[in-house]
Design a protein around this ligand. Structure first.
Ligand code: FES
Length: 167
């Protein structure tokens, strides 16, 4: 008798466990963002299209992004993103003073903010004595082959973050 009761108890426990696992799996599938939502958080930039000295303006999560492939005469900086031996300046193209969008001045090799005269060099560093209080911000990025994936925190980005170079 007790053997039958044991068997019934174990069977019921087993059904309950399977049901609970199934419920958790269904809940996880419901909570996980859809692939389309995950993809919306990333921007993939093909660096093979970059021309030296001519910034590309991309968009990531509604924000403008500068990607400038540096020429040999532009100073190297620890904020540079190095891909296949080439140096890139990558930043969120919003002035750190009050958020205007700076424009690249090729002749001066600077990003100039017309709102209040802020100036950033080709590494996104704000020139002293002007309104912007800090460098242009570097967005999260990961390097994948010859592409940049914005919105992903790759090892190079994490290293910059650790060294307080992001802003
Ligand atoms: S918003 Fe750029 S200098 Fe003020």
């Amino acid at each position: 008798m007790s053997t039958r009761r044991d068997f019934m108890g174990m069977a019921l426990g087993g059904f309950t466990a399977v049901g609970a696992i199934g419920g958790l799996y269904a809940a996880k599938r419901t909570w996980d963002p859809l692939p389309s939502v995950k993809a919306a958080g990333s921007t993939i930039i093909d660096l093979s299209e970059a021309k030296e000295g001519e910034p590309m303006t991309e968009k990531w999560r509604g924000k403008p992004i500068f990607v400038l492939k540096k020429t040999a005469d532009m100073p190297a900086h620890e904020r540079d993103v190095v891909v296949d031996g080439a140096r890139y300046h990558v930043s969120i193209a919003l002035c750190t003073h009050l958020g205007c969008i700076p424009a690249y001045k090729k002749a001066d090799q600077t990003f100039f903010c017309a709102c209040h005269g802020g100036v950033f060099d080709t590494s996104g560093i704000n020139l002293p004595g002007l309104p912007p209080p800090s460098p242009l911000e570097i967005p999260p990025f990961a390097i994948e082959g010859n592409t940049l994936v914005l919105g992903s925190e790759g090892p190079e980005y994490l290293e910059m973050k650790k060294n307080n170079l992001i802003v």
